[in-house]
Design a binder for this molecule. Structure first.
Ligand code: UD1
Ligand code: CA
Length: 452
């Protein structure tokens, strides 16, 4: 039985932000969301978030059936924070204590920590730092057993030399917390109730301290300022890039890709530099993405080619599509196989069937386009009258001449042709030619105006 506490009441003054610190993102996801997701992965049945500064915003963002919030109105220390949650803890639970501003701890590390907890033993996650300044130091006895944690501000010169520090993450039986926490005192350098004081209490009660260490320091690093946020962002992105390469993706520069969500890729995918992926993005086999593309919550079919500077959001395409450069696919774009969307084309709620082409400078919105249609340069579906939106339908094999305006609601039949420069206000039947433009008039003997 596992209860997980997430300490998230702190202010985060150094972020200099109106947003509560734990809601700032790494990899496009709030710090505390990373922590809660990991808590779920390790099997936390009850997740208790200790909130204080910005409590309302944190509660609004993090509300979920397995999450409870505990208000710590005044921040009197980490021990005080955990005290607030005592009534919520289940008596026979193991309690894992996490920090809302430490986002990248691996579930495997926490699993090892929890595995070391029983009635006779608690778990503590420590790490050795080249510069331990500011952190609580791990004090060990002559048998190398942990006997206490001393905060930096309370440490003597000898203790300050200890490089093994407290990450803050620990796991302990609820019954032990219930016994120890009421005994905490705040007679220390900071006048705070230190959670770390329970280590000496454990020692006094003959409860052994089982120590685990993470694989990388970044796993236990907290975020207090924008520099630390940026540093963990880069670490996170490096990991993501690595996972992709291990899965067989070619990244032309693994330091120039940003993944803010879940990117899954098939075989032989190539991603050039400076692409950003947000939300859930799925790339099929053989997909190529040229530089500087942004792809959000979209699905790209096998062997499709996304050319440079394209922006694709909530769209999907089947196989062998050719997009961009400089294309903008807005939500509801749904392309069948072999569709071509060229430069400076915007689509929105556009369902386009196999083999059709919209190659240049067009807007296709609220439209259903058949197969093998050619939409000429500069074509606009005029879908909006200022109040309501209307649909345009274009049948298979239709040809829309350049610079046409199709005033919706309107239907262009299969095999129909629209002459260039037409303003189409009436439906066009199958195979018809529609020309709707001023007739050309050539005036003979015309003389240009002369200067007066
Ligand atoms: C704490 C540890 C220290 C450890 C360090 C690791 C204590 C006494 N010290 O120190 O040993 O090396 O973390 O970063 O535990 N929080 C609350 N309510 C409070 C106080 C803090 O929710 O009343 C939260 C903060 O939002 C933060 C976390 O607890 O997420 C740690 O608090 P912080 O003040 O950063 O602890 P440190 O003094 O750095
Ligand atoms: Ca801290």
């Amino acid at each position: 039985m596992l209860d997980i506490l997430v300490l998230a009441a702190g202010k985060g003054t150094r972020m200099r932000s109106d947003l509560p610190k734990v809601l700032h993102p790494v990899g496009g996801k709030a710090l505390v969301q990373h922590v809660v997701d990991t808590a779920r992965t390790v099997g936390g049945e009850q997740i208790l978030i200790i909130v204080g500064h910005g409590a309302e915003k944190v509660q609004e963002k993090m509300a979920a059936p397995d999450v409870k919030f505990v208000l710590q109105a005044e921040q009197l220390g980490t021990g005080h924070a955990v005290q607030q949650a005592l009534p919520q803890l289940r008596n026979d639970a193991t309690v894992l204590i996490l920090y809302g501003d430490v986002p990248l701890t691996r579930a495997e590390t926490l699993q090892k920590l929890i595995a070391g907890v029983n009635e006779k033993q608690m778990g503590l996650l420590t790490v050795d730092l080249p510069d331990p300044t500011g952190y609580g130091r791990i004090v060990r006895d002559e048998k190398n057993a942990v006997v206490a944690i001393v905060e930096h501000k309370d440490a003597n010169d000898e203790q300050k030399k200890i490089r093994e520090i407290n990450t803050g993450i620990m796991a302990v039986k609820a019954v032990h917390l219930q016994k120890w926490l009421p005994q905490l005192k705040n007679n220390n350098a900071q006048g705070e109730y230190y959670l770390t004081d329970i280590i000496a209490m454990a020692k006094a009660d003959n409860i052994a301290i089982h120590v685990e260490q993470p694989n990388a320091i970044e796993e236990v690093e907290g975020i207090n300022n924008r520099q630390q946020q940026a540093a963990l962002e880069r670490f996170y992105q490096k990991q993501k890039a690595n996972e992709l390469m291990v899965a067989g993706v070619t990244l032309l520069d693994p330091s120039r890709i940003d993944i803010r969500g879940n990117l899954t890729a098939g075989r032989d995918v190539v991603i050039d530099v400076n692409c950003v992926f947000e939300g859930d993005v799925v790339l099929g086999d053989g997909v190529t993405i040229e530089p500087n593309c942004i792809i959000i919550n979209s699905k790209i079919g096998n062997n499709s080619h996304i050319k440079a500077y394209s922006h694709i959001e909530e769209s999907q395409m089947a196989a062998d599509c050719d997009i961009g450069p400089y294309a903008r696919l807005r939500p509801g774009t749904d392309l069948a196989d072999e569709v071509k969307i060229g430069n400076f084309v915007e689509t929105k709620k556009a369902v386009i069937a196999k083999g059709s082409k919209v190659n240049h400078l067009s807007y296709v919105g609220d439209a259903k386009v058949g197969s093998k249609v050619n939409v000429g340069a500069g074509t606009i579906t005029c879908n909006y009258d200022g109040i309501n939106k209307f649909k345009t339908e274009i049948g298979d094999n239709a040809f829309i001449g350049s610079n046409s305006a199709l005033i919706a609601p309107v239907k262009i039949g299969a095999g129909a042709t629209v002459g260039a420069g037409s303003v189409i206000t009436k439906d066009v039947e199958d195979a018809e030619l529609a020309v709707a433009r001023g007739k050309q008039r050539n005036v003979q003997g015309w003389e240009r105006p002369k200067k007066l």
